[in-house]
Design a protein around this ligand. Structure first.
Ligand code: PLP
Length: 285
């Protein structure tokens, strides 16, 4: 495997960053994950637009000129012969002596890009069974709209899910509404067939897959309501699913041990998933 590290393509096993990289010391960095499917990078422009926003919100400088990033992503995908999998891009504020305040101007932000293969057969199998979700109290900061590498609450929540035999944890707000998953957005489908997901203005990451699923739903003539929903409403829903770049739309069949409907993946979720690839933007890798 090959990684891109600050202007160089290096063997993944030998790829290194400095111990005083602020990403390492403070999680002072941002990232994106794009799905690679059938040789295309999915929704790359939207991912790069969100990266731009994350950088701006944290006043981190572009590590390279904005225009070359698509080319670098493609090149890392190509060099790793990834046809199905993902490409990961991370920008940190760079290397500087450990001080909380921003380093001197002129400190170069650091760019790392990796890519890895995934097995579409394994994903298909997961879709067939669906996933189980647990709920955990929201304990993250209030800027989760920024795709920061500071993910310790997400790590702990997802480990708790794993220990409970589940695959995702949903953060639940103090008012009892579901916010989002540790690495995905949360959705339900009501008995009337309406898609429900939380508004992205506050308290969640505006998922790129979430945005593209709005396009998919419009194409399929499905109604979406952007509003909060409680755990009780989710448990009583017709269907539930999560969305993210790597899971697309993944059926949820159990929440805190309670089955959703008949405990099998929902047909509307599967239709959304099916239509997703046709509608998403596809950049040849
Ligand atoms: N919410 C969180 C906390 C995430 O980490 C992710 C992706 O990793 C998402 C939502 C889904 O975002 P996207 O669809 O852009 O992958």
């Amino acid at each position: 495997r090959i990684a891109y590290v600050n202007g160089r393509y290096v063997a993944h096993a030998e790829a290194r960053v400095h111990i005083e990289d602020r990403g390492y010391q403070f999680a002072d960095g941002v990232y994106e994950v794009c799905e690679v499917a059938r040789g295309f990078i999915v929704d790359m422009p939207r991912h790069l637009a969100r990266l731009k926003r994350s950088l701006k919100e944290l006043s981190i400088a572009w590590p390279v000129s904005e225009g070359v990033l698509p080319m670098l992503l493609r090149e890392v995908v190509r060099r790793n012969h990834v046809v199905n999998g993902l490409v990961y891009v991370q920008v940190t504020r760079g290397v500087a002596s450990r001080e909380f305040v921003f380093p001197a101007t002129g400190t170069r932000s650091a760019l790392v890009i990796t890519a890895r293969k995934a097995d579409p057969a394994a994903a298909a199998k997961r879709v067939e069974t669906g996933i189980k979700v647990i709920t955990v109290p929201e304990n993250r900061w209030d800027r989760v709209d920024i795709k920061s590498t500071g993910l310790l609450p997400n790590v702990l929540a997802k480990q708790k899910a794993k220990d409970a035999g589940a695959q995702e944890a949903w953060f639940v707000d103090i008012d009892g509404t579901v916010k989002e998953g540790g690495s995905s957005n949360a959705w339900i489908i009501t008995r009337d067939g309406v898609l429900v997901t939380r508004p992205a203005e506050h308290g969640i990451l505006r998922g790129i897959t979430r945005t593209t699923l709005f396009d998919v739903a419009a194409k399929l003539g499905l109604k979406i309501e952007e509003r909060g929903f409680s755990v009780a409403e989710a448990k009583a829903a017709r269907e539930a699913f999560i969305s993210s770049a790597t899971t697309i739309a993944m059926p949820v069949v159990e929440i805190d041990g309670a089955p959703i409907a008949n405990g099998h993946p929902g047909s509307m979720t599967l239709s959304l998933r099916q239509a997703f690839f046709d509608i998403a933007e596809k950049s040849p890798a």
